[in-house]
Write a protein that binds this ligand. Structure first.
Ligand SMILES: [Mg+2]
Length: 265
């Protein structure tokens, strides 16, 4: 059991894809796993780099697997981007979005004015995330605004994401396009950067040394946990192999076959 090895542990920051499920297939008995976590007295925040879905979408998905999970403890990179901007820009600041409609909705809900293509001559920030309708015009607008002084913020820089057809281009592709066109390096919110971990720790009410970040991707989940000073737990139900996890430097604090084994093994 995890507390035998890490008696200081009070909170978990769990990745979702590849940890809790593959698409619509749960990985193990999620209702039992969450009940076990609660029984151990551990608090949980779910954190994903995916900026195209809302926390309520994930809460609904969990309910289909018989897990009743509060949406306030679910963080996506889009929501974290909005929180980050709200902390660093004036209310009502103008933001130009290259990203999904849900990213725009989250930013609008947070009180930002969204710049449209016709009035792109000034914005306070350009936010770039996964955009399946990216165009040359959007990249041009984003680059011109950044060159005119707008801050350049990226939800995440994941190169790809898995689909049944294979790996599709991720947000990192759009970010790279704007980065190349603008000549500027973005501030990145998602894992492996620390903004999402800082927000997760606030919501957990724990400090980094008593919190473990758990995920299946070494370059984001494990590197992010380590960058944030958290314990790092790798599970082998997603993209990384056991050998890759063992040879990652620094080695994750825990490597487990799956989340159930990580908690109970
Ligand atoms: Mg994952």
């Amino acid at each position: 059991m995890i507390l035998d090895r890490f008696p200081q542990l009070k909170g978990l920051i769990l990745d979702m894809d590849g940890v809790l499920w593959h698409d619509n297939e749960p990985i193990g008995d999620l209702a039992k796993i969450f009940a076990d976590i609660t029984e151990l007295g551990l608090k949980v925040v779910l954190a994903t780099n995916n900026a195209t879905k809302l926390p309520e979408d994930y809460a609904l998905k969990l309910s289909k697997f018989h897990v009743d999970f509060p949406r306030e403890h679910i963080l996506s990179s889009s929501e974290t981007t909005a929180i980050y901007l709200a902390n660093t820009l004036q209310p009502g600041s103008r933001v130009y979005v290259v990203g999904s409609s849900s990213l725009s909705a989250v930013l609008k809900k947070s009180g930002f004015e969204l710049a449209n293509v016709e009035e792109f001559k000034h914005a306070d920030a350009v936010v770039v995330g996964l955009d399946t309708h990216i165009t040359h015009e959007k990249i041009a607008n984003a680059a011109l605004l950044i060159r005119a002084g707008a801050r350049f913020v990226a939800t995440n820089t994941d190169a790809t994401y898995p689909t049944p057809q294979g790996l599709y281009p991720g947000a990192g592709v759009m970010v790279a396009a704007v980065q190349t066109a603008s000549g500027q390096v973005p501030e990145v919110i998602g894992k492996p950067f620390t903004a999402m971990y800082k927000e997760a720790l606030l919501r957990l009410g724990t400090i980094n040394s008593e919190t473990m970040g758990v995920g299946d991707r070494l370059e984001t989940d494990i590197a992010g946990a380590q960058n944030a000073g958290c314990l790092a737990g790798a599970v082998l139900t997603g993209v990384c192999t056991e050998l890759e996890a063992q040879t990652w430097a620094p080695t994750p604090d825990l490597i487990a076959r799956d989340l159930d084994t990580l908690i109970n093994g």
